[in-house]
Write a protein of this length. Structure first.
Lengths: 364, 385
């Protein structure tokens, strides 16, 4: 049930019974923020989890937050060719996150917003090469929210960091061409592949973490569910005026159909099929993990008369969370199509990924 | 009797629901989707105090009307919740403008008062450590979840038999004997009605001109950013006008929404964002509230204020076009004013006379020669007359 469907009036509240609760008893007698600052999130430790995550995922280190005395410089520059991602174009201006330059978005008049360690840039370009790669395509099956559901790339990083124990049992949902990659990973780190298919399982089972997968062939106990199926990262291209549509035939993904003549899309971002068979989405499967929306919620919403992707987005909150639809738009649109609604992707907006206000502040 | 309403935003939907209550039929022509445009591009602030007496009186009544919206839409919860509006003052000139307004606010029940710096910081602790305000205005206000409210009206309109023509753009007015008799859509269809209402929000000026009415509406872009949700850290909503107009507040879902306007913003209809906006808003908001530095921005977007020369809406019949009514020109107050304005306009359309509160908002009050009084970026000068 959505919050806006609740009847006005008092809601039943059950007191939380977590271990931190005793710490909170004195909280009301402290000055504002004291409890949060001293106990929950001491300033020195506040960014530690972020640093750790960055380190584990081999991302560039976290930029230091700007104090209010030093906002970034804002610059407008003009270039011939701009590149987003790792594509190799000699002489081009490059916005590559691995090199510390984040492409925020494409703005009108062929302008690319770029954030570097010390500058906020509006880059006017003649030609743009987009190599934004891909995200995981979440399978629309129950249990797809369980801890232990992993992307292939994430599993590789964890394994490299020594975070996957030898003998970990892996269920892998892979298109054929990516099977060698998971095979290599398993061989290198002593992991055991107990289930592998290009067809999504019926459900991923477990109470607090992945414990088994259930497919037409039966139930297979496992520790990790690894996803090799990919959704091309088309958000940035869409901001530049490219057109995308939900693919047909195989398991649907949102793929680019047409790009402006000044734009070139390379690599995984230009994929046009998921390469795995379609499945019927289950009501209990999560469509949007950020905002807690299941496939059944979307069907109910369409039955109520909200028969448009933009309406479903605002009614349920799907696609409005921190990932801005990267994980869920394919599932939401596929559900709409199954209900007889033309699946038009919702509007894509900058920034391409969450950026702290402290990093954005600039003399603009 | 039949009505055709152009625009399925909150104004058009509310008017359709009110007209149905008076026994009129209603058809809504919407180019995009119900609630598109500014009804979904705002943050749903319902504030009582305004800079002039007529707007304050209307806003107070409009705020009261909001408490009836849930009942009016079939007990659909618009997520209306009471809060305080903190208008933070950073200049002594601002204090000089707002202090004399207190008796007027008291007369109309705006329940707002001018307070000192300490009271502002106590009400909004997140401002501590930033620029020190010289004072502020703290007033009673409410927030509404705009989408929940719009969809409450939408569902109520559907179940009371309002006809929806979604995906159709109104391109021309059809007349019969000098009086409006319907609108022609882009696909060539005629949607018939005895009255036609222009509730097209940011596109109201365009629509009026396509109907042959010279309307003073001028859209001007307003940009917004939103961060990921976090724990509740502030309940009041904050607005400031120095060094330039800006505002921020935390939503029920825990996101921070914020915006700082560009003083050189050129008028025009656009819903495109800009990269400058991100840098400017982050810098100015952090000057005021440095503790927000770690919140991460997930999205930026833009809408328009559909402004009129005196920043008051247009509600009523266009004198140049009998049978055509205006319900637009909100100048940034659409969510606040629309439910009440729709109710009063519906009564007028149904022949129950023009309500006293609508007097300052006549659709024909402009001659086309009015200067737009506002100096670039100065909010207060727009209300000087």
């Amino acid at each position: 049930m959505l919050a806006c469907q609740a009847q006005a009036g008092p809601q039943p509240v059950r007191p939380a019974r977590d271990l931190l609760r005793p710490l909170g008893f004195g909280a009301e007698r402290f000055p504002p923020w004291f409890y949060e600052r001293r106990f929950l999130r001491p300033r020195r430790l506040r960014r530690l989890p972020l640093h750790a995550l960055r380190y584990l995922s081999s991302a560039a280190p976290l930029a230091p937050l700007r104090s209010r005395a030093a906002p970034k410089e804002f610059d407008e520059i003009e270039v011939d060719v701009a590149v987003v991602g790792a594509a190799d174009v000699p002489g081009a201006f490059r916005a590559d996150l691995a090199a510390g330059a984040l492409a925020l978005g494409i703005y009108p008049d062929r302008t690319l917003g770029v954030l570097t360690g010390d500058r906020l840039l509006a880059v006017r370009f003649e030609r743009l090469v987009v190599a934004t790669g891909s995200y995981v395509r979440l399978p629309p099956v129950p249990g797809n929210d369980l801890p232990g559901v992993f992307g292939l790339e994430a599993a590789e990083r964890y394994a490299r960091a020594g975070a996957l124990a030898r003998g970990t049992r892996i269920a892998a949902w892979m298109p054929d061409e990516r099977r060698p990659r998971i095979g290599e990973l398993a061989a290198a780190h002593g992991l055991e592949i107990v289930w592998m298919s290009d067809a999504a399982p019926r459900r991923i089972c477990g109470r607090r973490r992945v414990e088994a997968v259930e497919a037409a062939t039966g139930r297979t106990p496992c520790d990790l569910f690894v996803i090799g199926v990919r959704q091309p990262a088309v958000d940035l291209a869409l901001q530049g005026g490219a057109r995308a549509a939900l693919t047909e035939g195989a398991l649907p993904i949102v793929a680019l159909e047409e790009v402006p003549d000044w734009m070139e899309v390379r690599g995984a971002a230009s994929a046009s099929t998921s390469g795995v068979p379609d499945v019927v989405a289950a009501d209990g499967a999560f469509a949007c993990l950020c905002e807690d929306v299941r496939v059944g919620d979307i069907r109910a919403c369409v039955r109520q008369g909200f028969a448009d992707a933009e309406l479903v987005k605002r009614r349920t909150g799907a696609m409005t969370g921190p990932c801005q639809g990267k994980l869920c738009s394919a599932t939401v649109l596929a559900t709409l199509r199954e209900m007889g609604v033309t699946p038009v992707p919702t509007r894509s907006r900058a920034p391409a990924r969450p950026v702290a206000l402290g990093e954005l502040a600039a003399d603009a | 009797m039949r009505s055709v309403i152009v625009g399925a935003g909150i104004a058009g939907l509310a008017l359709a629901v009110e007209l149905r209550r008076l026994g009129w039929e209603a058809a809504i022509v919407e180019e995009r989707y119900p609630g598109s445009g500014n009804s979904t591009r705002n943050v749903g602030r319902v504030r009582r105090m305004q800079l002039t007496a007529d707007l304050t009186e209307f806003s107070c009544r409009a705020s009261d009307k909001w408490t009836a919206v849930a009942e009016l839409t079939g007990r659909r919860n618009p997520l209306l919740y009471p809060t305080r509006y903190v208008w933070v003052l950073y200049g002594d000139d601002e204090r000089a403008v707002v202090e004399p307004l207190q008796p007027m606010w008291a007369d109309h029940g705006a329940r707002a008062r001018v307070v000192g710096s300490d009271d502002v910081l106590a009400a909004v602790p997140v401002l501590k450590g930033g620029d020190v305000p010289v004072g502020g205005v703290i007033g009673e206000a409410a927030m509404v979840h705009h989408d929940a409210a719009v969809y409450g009206y939408y569902l109520r309109a559907r179940e009371t038999g309002v006809r929806f023509e979604v995906g159709e753009a109104a391109v021309a007015l059809e007349r019969e004997g000098g009086r409006a008799c319907g609108v022609r859509t882009a696909s060539g269809r005629l949607i018939e009605g005895d009255v036609v209402v222009n509730a097209a929000g940011g596109r109201a000026g365009e629509v009026a001109r396509s109907f042959g009415v010279d309307a003073p509406n001028m859209p001007i872009r307003r940009e917004v950013l939103v961060t990921e949700p976090s724990r509740p850290f502030m309940t009041p909503v904050v607005t400031f006008y120095r060094p330039q107009e800006g505002w921020f507040n935390q939503t029920l879902r825990g996101e921070l929404v914020a915006g700082v306007v560009d003083v050189d913003e050129a008028p025009g209809m656009t819903e495109e964002s800009s990269v400058r906006f991100l840098g400017r808003t982050a810098r100015i908001v952090l000057q005021k509230a440095p503790r927000l530095a770690e919140l991460r921005v997930v999205r930026q977007w833009a809408g328009v204020y559909d402004t009129t020369p005196d920043k008051r809406p247009l509600v009523g019949e266009y004198p140049q076009a009998p049978g055509v009514y205006a319900l637009n020109g909100w100048s940034g107050r659409g969510i606040l004013l629309a439910p009440l304005a729709a109710e009063l306009l519906a009564r007028e359309i149904a022949g129950r006379g023009r309500h006293r509160l609508l007097e300052p908002f006549a659709a024909g009050r402009f001659t086309g020669t009015e200067p737009r009084a506002q100096a670039p970026g100065d909010y207060y000068s727009g209300y000087a007359h």
